[in-house]
Design a protein around this ligand. Sequence first.
Ligand code: R7I
Ligand code: MG
Ligand code: MG
Ligand code: MG
Length: 350
Amino acid sequence: VSNQIQSKFRGSLLGSLMGDCLGAPFEGELVSSGDKIIIQRYFDKMEKPEYEGPFKKYTDDTAMMKSVAKFLVTTPEPDLNYLAKLFVNEYYNEPKRGYGQSVATVFEKLKHSKYTDIFRPASEQFDGRGSYGNGGAMRIAPISLYFHNDLENMIKLARDSTRITHGHMLGINGAILQALAIRQAFLLDPTETVKADEFCNTLLKQIHEVEKSYFEDLEDNSEDLPYCAKIKQIKYFLNQEFTDDLQEEIIENLGHGISAYDSVPIAIFCFLKAQNPIPRIETNNVFRRTIQFAITMGGDTDTIACMAGAIVGAHLGEEAINKTLLKHCEKYDDIIALAHKLYENRQLQI
Ligand code: R7I
Ligand code: MG
Ligand code: MG
Ligand code: MG
């Protein structure tokens, strides 16, 4: 059992890295059906053992995910001030990792205010509404793994770690939804195909609890809550026959953009859909299928593939990863070491 847990820690962080690295070259591009062939060849080529190309660089998604993992392994009690410093230092060391266009303002303010109130700079973004970008969700995997057996603290830290950069309810709850999806995948048997309907029903129940506290005045009607509505759409789309037309409809409804609301749901959809073969995604490897499928959705490809990769990796573990593909990702051995530390540190806590 402990081997399986270790493998899932590594699988999830590596899945996150791989989605980011392999998806980054396509970020922001629109997809047409011809791009599916290009992306299929891109993966086929990299899977050939003899292929040697320049490695694929990771972006802000991984840079920040590494900070979240370091934050959990360094201090006995998670210290959010320390996490804020890690984000800022990482950014100033390597500012050109493709960060969101507005988040640099938060880093500057954090630094210049000497971390006196770490949530304040994020709360001032976008005229005081806070960012609803997917930056909280893209880096959340270490928190799901670390707190896989402590749901309450997982949700609390998913929320608070996100609030350092994202003040908007949709940015925060999107990160919590992604954390819940990774945790649920983590808890499932890797030898069994995920039952999509059950997976969605559990998520729906959990995210409803989270969302309803933001809408105290509403009657208890889950259809009115934003992420609950998206999960119902995921369920609907999973049960339709998958065609190019349906894909367009999915992108239109679930989104594929830079906001958490328009990216976390489609990442979860990709994970669930890729449990079974998908037309024109030619591979028998579920791990690759998930990431490749996520990239063919276009839009914010590094982040959507990163999030889908974190979920599938938490389910299947490290063994499911094609090592020839992994070798093309920048500093993958650092991520293996970090996942191992995260696991070991968690063992000391419980
Ligand atoms: O969320 P964030 O860290 O960006 C992450 C994304 C990922 O795709 C990465 O791969 C990287 O490419 O960036 O950074 P933010 O700057 O907080 O949010 C990202 C963008 O979302 C912003 O630059 C805005 O374009 C948009 N956005 C908003 N636009 C209008 N009003 C976020 N919040 C708002 C808003 O309230
Ligand atoms: Mg990025
Ligand atoms: Mg970008
Ligand atoms: Mg992105």
